[in-house]
Design a protein around this ligand. Structure first.
Ligand code: TXA
Ligand code: MG
Length: 354
């Protein structure tokens, strides 16, 4: 299959943007797969009401069949066509956070393919903020099921190039709207529990949610090893670069001392070593290692925005072992550390004190 790429300027949409969106929407209506930018990461879209189209998503990604998809809508009213009831708490969250990186899990009303929900009684719904995403969903005229547009297990794509690296030849097209802004996926919030429960931390922080709904709990699987997560996708290895990654905890100077030591040792064993740091931290490292600076430590949103591109850089550089600094788990730092822990398969060691 030839994958069409539509390059558009999302900041200054011209006639070619309208033409691209019409073509892409027509493909979605025909049951084909089209990747598109959202404010979080690129999504791989299919008509959520079409069984065969949804099945194609799982095939193209190599996604486990028991991992349900987020259904994307173009406007707030569309939610009522998907869920049995829109409770008061959902209304308040939507008023505050939609369009945006918040996905709500609610009992569905049987209007999307059971392949999208994996037969669960609930559906995950989100209204993205990206204008291209919204224009495409509106033009398609159907709710759009869209997981992140990566091969299963790989870091989510934050550029169209990442999408093509994983899925060229497997999907009908990709709308290239440039790099995404948030860089980590949406927050998945379960509203079927007495207290709203975060199943996956993401672009909307726990602190922001709590300001609107009061108490917010965390799925126990996010807190303790060995619990079965209620968000099926969370149990799989994710975001993993090819090289084995280890997180090194502690203040930046302590982490850097240990990382330098571990990196030098690994290099002597013949490994090609990658180091994940920040713009303001790269000066701490010496030697032949692949040092990838990602954002600035005083702006965790900038680190989150660059994380997946940084993980893919290590793959491009043929790195076999990666050491990464860690970050405070406040605000967007919670989502950032959640993705880093998964990419590292839970491997974490302390830094070296002076
Ligand atoms: O930012 C995002 O959310 C991106 C963009 C494209 O919108 N999408 C995304 O989709 O990250 P995906 O498929 O990679 O992750 C969806 C997550 C998975 O962890 C899945 O298990 C969970 O949402 N999920 C979907 N439906 C669910 C449901 N009914 N109950 C619980 N969890 C659900
Ligand atoms: Mg994903």
């Amino acid at each position: 299959m030839q994958t069409t790429v539509w390059r558009i300027d999302a900041a200054e949409p011209g006639w070619e943007t309208g033409a691209a969106i019409r073509e892409a929407a027509a493909l979605l209506r025909r049951g084909e797969l089209v990747a598109f930018p959202t404010e979080t990461v690129y999504g791989l879209g299919a008509d959520a009401t079409n069984d065969a189209a949804v099945a194609r998503i799982f095939a193209a990604k190599g996604r486990p069949a028991d991992n349900p998809l987020i259904v994307h809508v173009a406007d707030k009213r569309q939610l009522a066509t998907l869920v049995a009831d829109v409770p008061e708490v959902a209304r308040r969250l939507i008023d505050r956070f939609w369009p945006g990186p918040l996905t709500l899990v609610l009992p569905h009303r049987g209007t999307v393919s059971p392949r999208a929900t994996c037969g669960l009684p609930t559906v995950a719904v989100r209204m993205p903020a990206h204008p291209v995403a919204r224009a495409l969903i509106a033009a398609a005229g159907v709710p759009v099921a869209a997981p992140s547009a990566n091969r299963s297990g790989k870091p989510s794509p934050t550029t169209a190039e990442h999408v093509l690296a994983d899925l060229a030849g497997r999907i009908a097209g990709v709308v290239d709207g440039g790099p995404t802004a948030v860089g980590v996926e949406s927050t998945v919030l379960d509203l079927t529990t007495p207290v709203p429960t975060i199943l996956r931390p993401g672009g909307v922080t726990r602190e922001e949610l709590a300001a609107v709904v009061g108490e917010v709990s965390l799925d126990p699987a996010l807190v303790r090893e060995g619990e079965t997560p209620r968000s099926p996708g969370v149990k799989y290895t994710h975001y993993a670069p090819a090289g084995e990654m280890t997180l090194v905890a502690g203040a930046p100077e302590e982490a850097a001392r240990r990382i330098q030591r571990l990196a030098d040792e690994a290099a002597r064993r013949g490994e090609r070593v990658g180091i994940l740091t920040t713009e303001d931290g790269r000066h701490r490292y010496r030697g032949p290692h692949v040092v990838v600076p990602c954002g600035r430590r005083d702006d965790l949103a900038s680190v989150a925005a660059g994380l997946y591109a940084a993980l893919r850089r290590f793959d491009q550089e043929g790195v076999t072992r990666i050491y990464a600094e860690t970050f405070p788990e406040v605000g967007i730092g919670a989502a950032l550390m959640n993705r880093l822990r998964k990419a590292a398969g839970g491997r974490i060691v302390p830094g070296d004190s002076a």
